[in-house]
Design a protein around this ligand. Sequence first.
Ligand code: SF4
Ligand code: SF4
Length: 438
Amino acid sequence: MFKKLSRAALGAAVPHDKATSGMQTVTMPLPSKLVLCMQQHIGAPCTPVVKKGDHVDVGTVVGKAPSVVSADIHSGVSGTVMGIETVQYPTGGVVQAVVIEPDGQQTIAANIKKPSVTNYESFIQAVRDCGLVGLGGAGFPTAVKLSPKNLQQVDTLVINGAECESYLTADNREFLEHSDTILSGIKAVMEYLQIQKCCIGIERNKPEAMDLMFSLIKDEPAIKVVPLPSRYPQGAEKVLIERTVGREVPRGGLPSDVGVIVLNVTTVSTIGKYLQTGMPLTTKRVTVEGDAVAKPQNVEVIIGTPLEEVLEFCGGTKVQAAKVITGGPMMGTAQVSLQFPVLKQNNGLLVLSEKSAHLPAAQPCIRCGRCISACPMGLSPVEIANAYNRKDTHALDKMMVDLCIACGTCAYVCPAKRPVSQTMALAKDYLKRKGGEK
Ligand code: SF4
Ligand code: SF4
């Protein structure tokens, strides 16, 4: 049995705080070094294919995908490989990284040329050669996403332009600065995957982006723009599918099970760019924000640039920083070091003061039920937390904790400031280890 998402897909009215949405993206100069982690995607880590002392150009493959669920990693600078190092990974653990010193020439690799795409197979190969992963934060290899087993049953492409997290405006800038490649990327996916319809979901708090896309698709009957309510988390894949095409992804299922493929707007735009130029994914727009940042802005950054240099480019901090987060405040990852590099899937760098980052002490649950009414997946977080505390596997399975998307809405709305979403993550992991997840 699957609970209706629409029952509680209201989510929460998080503050927008999108002060950078009207600012043109600024391109950052070359960093002092690139640190290219070999894990910048969901799936197997890449294998370094360069060694210390090698010369690389812009677009040279430095990490090769060892399996289908992975994505090649390319250098965004020309320069010299300083070494293959083991570095701490931004989400914990350690990973190999190719460290490159730029030579300042930005020489383009000789093999970079517009790809020849004539059919489905050559299109998927092009997406693979681009090294593309979900740029909205998920990091799932795009070529894999575009190759579902039941492709013939997919009739709708959904473009995720919700950007529902506070602070983040990188996708909004993609709409305003690269609407041409968004459209050409959408048309390419529809053509080569034989998908009949496309829905572009955009939150209503982006009126300029919505107006622009409405005007661009006015003669494209197969493509429509779907305004979304400005309530977090409209961009969660299952919520977005429900909102845009009215279909419910079943428990344990994938979007393709209901005839849908979802791509983030910057991801599909990158497909459009790659088909025009053949330049793989080497740069990323990052929203640098937070009340400790001297000059918040959207910055086009070469992937692998240390966070410290990105922050310096934005004027450093104007007050003492208490917390650094990559991604948004709801689903992002707190960082312990600014030495970490920008990864493909990073779309935000938030630097917060003590005042903003302070978390009040958790109080006893008052059983108000707000976490239940706000959960976009229709779950009962407070009851799941109780079941987890009892280590009641049967109840966790029955209450479908595996459907939790870790959006953090339950913790955000909790008046007792309980760490509800953290408990959901523990409960989900517990159920998985016990083999209860469907
Ligand atoms: S929102 Fe917080 S206080 Fe209210 S029921 Fe849920 S856990 Fe308890
Ligand atoms: S973190 Fe999980 S349980 Fe909490 S609101 Fe999001 S989906 Fe629901």
